[in-house]
Design a protein around this ligand. Structure first.
Ligand SMILES: Nc1ncnc2c1ncn2[C@@H]1O[C@H](COP(=O)(O)OP(=O)(O)OP(=O)(O)O)[C@@H](O)[C@H]1O
Ligand SMILES: [Mg+2]
Length: 263
């Protein structure tokens, strides 16, 4: 029924203890789209992203992710979703175990029960590493042997290996230098062209979101204040909050709307 949507949230709540961090939130993310999710620190971006991948419990409303009702998952669906929906965190150290070689980490991503890479799986791992700009020589190494940008490439390869339909990338370029950030953005653009992928790209940077995404969702205090195509939102933001965000981005149509500085 919901074939065209990868994520449909209808008035969902997510709470920690007695605090409702997300309240009555509704969104729809079309399959194959790349959506930027922005908003100030603490607005609930990661909380929403983790709810979408099943890491946070939804306490009210309905949440459908790639055709699965997240509030009523069977064991089998949970297993399927552990492959088809991937979350990449900001700090790859939290997804790449420091005591495991890249080979062990990737083997687990391909088959959690196998423990080692079969010849076929190794070929797949090397092909995926190549597609993110690395080579098979990284397999025997440990995460500490890589730069931040290389670790994010490995984290991206790890997320791609099970053949996901949906990736939630949570500030994956935020800790990187601007030039490395640009390389990762180019990589994501290329990967998106190579396979059918829906991507929710959580970021503090409107400039990065503008380069990568077709749509933008703006969150404030656990609610969505804006959702639309990038071009529309950038030219005619409907909320005051989005206008304020845009006013701080040099080069954006709304830059310094109030200050009147020359562009
Ligand atoms: N596991 C948790 N337990 C309790 N409170 C939490 C938990 N996770 C998030 N929160 C709270 O939920 C609110 C939203 O946090 P969240 O991490 O989703 O924000 P964010 O938009 O991702 O912020 P940032 O841009 O800083 O990453 C914050 O007030 C945070 O303290
Ligand atoms: Mg966050």
């Amino acid at each position: 029924m919901h074939d065209s949507a990868a994520v449909i949230a209808d008035r969902i709540d997510v709470s920690f203890g007695h605090v409702n961090v997300i309240s009555q939130l509704s969104i729809r993310v079309a399959r194959g789209s790349t959506v930027g999710l922005v908003g100030e620190s603490g607005s609930g971006k990661s909380t929403l992203g983790k709810a979408i991948v099943g890491m946070n419990r939804v306490s009210a409303g309905t949440l459908d992710v790639v055709g699965h009702d997240m509030r009523r998952l069977s064991r089998r669906e949970r297993h399927t979703l552990s492959r088809t929906v991937q979350y990449i965190p900001q700090d790859p150290y939290s997804s790449l175990s420091p005591r495991r070689t890249i080979r062990q980490t990737l083997a687990e991503a391909i088959d959690p029960r196998a423990g080692r890479l079969s010849a076929d799986a190794e070929a797949l791992a090397v092909a995926t590493l190549t597609s993110v700009g690395l080579g098979g020589d990284v397999l025997a190494k440990y995460p500490h042997e890589f730069s931040g940008g290389q670790r994010q490439r490995i984290a991206i390869a790890r997320a791609l290996l099970p053949g996901p339909e949906l990736i939630i990338a949570d500030e994956i370029t935020s800790a990187l230098d601007v030039s490395v950030q640009a390389e990762i953005i180019e990589l994501l653009k290329r990967l998106r062209g190579e396979r059918p992928l829906t991507m929710v790209f959580i970021s503090h940077s409107l400039a990065v979101v503008e380069q990568l995404c077709e749509e933008i969702i703006v969150m404030q205090r656990g609610a969505i204040v804006e959702h639309g195509p990038i071009t529309e939102v950038f030219h005619a933001p409907s909320s005051l909050y989005t206008r304020q965000l845009l006013a701080s981005v040099p080069g954006s149509p709304g830059f310094d709307l109030d200050g009147g500085a020359q562009q």
